[in-house]
Design a protein around this ligand. Structure first.
Ligand code: 5GP
Length: 107
């Protein structure tokens, strides 16, 4: 069965797209920790990010870096932080979370 994120890539579940290339997709998190909280995913469905081939992991990171630069330019946070996937969705992803003046890094 496809993951929720594969359904998003395929357009079966709507999402707010931030960026896309042939191998990756970036979209706003439905339950954001901060304005602009974005998820970057490989189109290839791999459950766990560290099971990606090293070259695929590297490309995902480069894609996330480009997306973070775009967030920084558009929303002007102090900077954009990165968190690697948690527990909920078994499809490799990177959270990009902008950090604003009024936002604490950790609570
Ligand atoms: P994690 O697996 O890293 O714990 O969390 C997965 C993230 O995916 C969560 O922050 C959650 O809000 C987000 N998420 C889960 N389902 C959807 C969805 O259908 N659409 C969007 N845009 N985000 C989702």
């Amino acid at each position: 069965m496809p993951s929720i994120f594969t359904k998003i890539i395929e357009g079966d579940i709507p999402s707010y797209k931030i960026a896309e290339d042939d191998k990756h997709y970036a979209f706003l998190d439905i339950n954001p920790s901060a304005e602009g909280h974005t998820l970057c995913i490989p189109k290839k469905e791999v459950d766990y990010i560290f099971d990606l081939e090293p070259s695929d992991l590297s490309e995902l990171n480069l894609f996330a870096q480009k997306v973070a630069r775009g967030i920084d330019e558009a929303l002007q946070p102090i900077r954009t932080g990165i968190i690697v996937e948690g527990m909920e969705v078994p499809h490799a992803h990177i959270h990009l979370i902008p950090i604003y003046k009024e936002t604490q890094r950790f609570s």
